[in-house]
Design a protein around this ligand. Structure first.
Ligand code: G1P
Length: 284
């Protein structure tokens, strides 16, 4: 099974940090945010990760390629853990496909169609949210298996005044709890028209039919080709399920505030870094 990570955004919210580097490569603690998402996919048993990127992002390709001179220099100096970190990142099974034009999330996913192949289900992971404990994709696989290989998405309950930033589902609960059979979904609805407060969270396990439907998906919200609209079309042919994730399972990095919050929360989970955060806060 393969995973697609769209990484073709402009990173405007992080300027000037993103003037010369992609926002997906901004560090969260010691790793680029994108590396967490790649590792989450691999932890779910994915064999290859396909990053969809615009042509201006060579640093993504370089990060996931071997750097033998750097590895040897660090090894020769006895900096083994850094050498290992360099070898690890360079050895991850990541390939890059270009998205020539920024036509929307659905278009970005379809750019990976040839790399994914037409015979297998595939994951889509959006890079703005990190799931460091890697639990969500595994639960999605289990729900898919127990419903005949159906597509499964993750949803998060958000305050009603925020739903217009997300895809939103209309679903009915399935026995067992925290699982929904999706009846309908809509991309970025006005808050007072949204069918629920269950927002699409950025993790998808999709059947190959979705790639085919993306070919004929017309531009929708914001004039962009939306993955949500392809999933709505899927519903007239196949079942779609949603699992509800807990608020503390996902760590958002999409805004400066969320990125800062995520760094602090992850640092507090690290015994070597937690005292640094506590000392800094205590000093104020
Ligand atoms: C995308 C999806 C949306 C989803 C959101 C999650 O929107 O289109 O359905 O709820 O990611 O972060 P974007 O944030 O790219 O506008």
């Amino acid at each position: 099974m393969k995973a697609v990570i769209p990484a073709a955004g402009l990173g405007t919210r992080f300027l000037p940090a993103t003037k010369a580097q992609p926002k997906e490569m901004l560090p969260v603690l010691e790793r680029p945010a994108l590396q967490y998402v790649v590792e989450e996919a691999l932890a779910a048993g994915v064999s290859e990760v396909i990053v969809v990127s615009n042509d201006d992002k060579p640093s993504i390709r370089e990060h996931f390629s071997p750097n033998v001179p750097l590895f040897e220099m660090l090894s020769n100096k006895g900096k083994t853990s850094f050498a290992d970190a360099v070898a690890h990142a360079g050895g991850l099974p990541v390939s890059i496909v270009p998205q020539p034009e920024p036509l929307g999330l659905g278009h970005a996913v379809h750019c990976a169609a040839d790399a994914v192949g037409a015979d297998e289900p595939f994951f889509v992971l959006l890079g703005d949210v990190l799931v460091p404990d890697n639990g969500v994709l595994v639960r999605m696989k289990e729900v898919s298996e127990s419903h005949g290989g159906a597509s499964v998405i993750a949803v998060l309950r958000v305050p009603r005044e925020e739903v217009s930033r997300f895809g939103v589902i209309d679903g009915e609960p399935v026995a067992g709890g925290a699982v929904w059979r999706v009846r309908s979904l809509v991309e970025k609805p006005p808050c007072d028209e949204a069918p629920s407060e269950l927002a699409v969270f950025g993790r998808y396990l999709l059947t190959p039919r979705v790639m085919e439907l993306l070919v004929t998906t017309a531009p929708g919200a914001g004039g962009e080709i939306q993955l949500t609209d392809a999933l709505l079309a899927l519903l007239s042919e196949e079942e779609l399920y949603a699992i509800e994730v807990a608020p503390d399972e996902g760590y958002d990095t999409g805004t400066l505030e969320a990125w800062l919050d995520t760094n602090i929360r992850l640092a507090l989970r690290d015994p070597a870094l937690a005292p640094v955060v506590r000392a800094a806060v205590g000093a104020r």
